[in-house]
Unconditional design. Structure first.
Length: 358
């Protein structure tokens, strides 16, 4: 059983994933800058049973990866646009495996671009190990299994969360600065941020409003389907008329690097967090369309989104630490299939008769 390093161990994601790993008696190293907070996190995790995890206090986790050569590194530190590629590069150089929770488009796409280097080094890199990427990717994989590539795919993520940390808000700022993105005829195309308002159908007959956002789900759905046209939407972005008008303006302002850096520093200093999304059920949705007009739909149902993400990340790290890996760069569903989502507690429902509302 390999050693798993948790970078950002004192944050909510780091603590939750570490608790999942501790329950399975994995060897964990909590990595962070604040020794006192690391000790508190280690004590809380040890209280669950088993030996207390080791702690590593450092301002330079990349240098520690180079010398320590851990079996697996789990990166929970956002914004992932700043941390994903450097940490993954350090893992490749050390021959370690890598896992992160990114769901912004740019870091997910960039991580997947490291596939040749990871193969050469014998490392496995997994990005998007959480609800956002896996939930929709699993549905697309199920809908397209054994079939030719569809011409059109739409995915929607509709998680409920009982609270998020400042790192998530910083990642939202980075994603907004990217602007709207869709795939048209297989080419990445600019779109207005917050466009493509959709009323996503749920199995109980209700509808959930979602709008297009530049998430890692866009890239994962493209790779899982081979479709020419792909749109990723989310309920986590405000869908009201005023908000949809304001989103492109906000995104344009945040594209100014000095503004974006200032906003991210203020988020960290004041410990600002996104609002919770109330509810008991997180949903994901995917629709596919083939030449000739055939359409299929699928839904994924899970509990609170952050808990699901923690289970997914812990399961991916566990499998990599236990040797269930192959070299390269992947999203979680591309590496382990849709059953990974089921193993994390999700239920998948397919319906080839219902029609997507456009």
């Amino acid at each position: 059983m390999g050693e798993i390093w948790m970078i950002g161990a004192t944050g909510r994601a780091g603590r939750n994933i570490s608790a999942e790993l501790q329950a399975d008696r994995h060897r964990i190293v909590l990595v962070g800058r604040n020794g006192q907070r690391l000790a508190e996190a280690a004590a809380a995790i040890a209280a669950l049973g088993g030996p207390p995890p080791r702690t590593l206090v450092t301002d330079d986790p990349l240098a520690q990866i180079a010398t320590g050569r851990p079996d697996v590194v789990v990166n929970t530190v956002g914004p992932f646009g700043a941390t994903t590629v450097p940490t993954a590069h350090a893992c490749v150089a050390a021959g370690s495996h890598y896992v992160d929770l990114a769901n912004e488009f740019q870091p997910v796409q960039s991580l997947l671009g490291l596939d040749p280097a990871a193969r050469t080094a014998g490392s496995t890199l997994v990005t998007g190990a959480g609800f956002g990427t896996l939930a929709t990717e699993a549905l697309v994989s199920e809908l397209c299994a054994g079939r030719p590539s569809p011409i059109r795919v739409r995915v929607a993520a509709m998680p409920v969360v009982d609270g998020l940390g400042p790192a998530v808000l910083a990642s939202v700022v980075d994603a907004a600065a990217t602007g709207g993105l869709v795939y048209r005829d297989g080419r990445l195309t600019r779109s207005r941020l917050g466009a493509h308002l959709q009323h996503t159908p749920l199995p109980d007959g209700t509808m959930r409003a979602t709008v297009a956002v530049p998430t890692g789900e866009l890239e994962a759905a493209l790779n899982a389907s081979g479709a020419g046209d792909v749109i990723a939407t989310s309920s986590e972005v405000p869908t009201g008329r005023i908000a949809r008008v304001a989103l492109p303006i906000v995104g344009a302002v945040l594209r100014v690097e000095a503004v974006r850096r200032t906003v991210i520093r203020l988020i960290d200093r004041w410990q600002l967090t996104p609002p919770a999304t109330p509810g008991e059920v997180s949903w994901a949705y995917a629709s596919t369309e083939w030449e000739g007009g055939e359409t299929r739909q699928a839904w994924l149902q899970a509990g609170e989104g952050y808990a699901f993400t923690s289970r997914v990340a812990a399961m991916v790290a566990t499998r990599l630490a236990d040797g269930d890996a192959r070299p390269g760069a992947f999203t979680p569903g591309a590496l382990f299939g849709a059953d990974l989502a089921r193993s994390a507690g999700a239920t998948i429902t397919l319906d080839s008769n219902a029609k997507d509302l456009r």
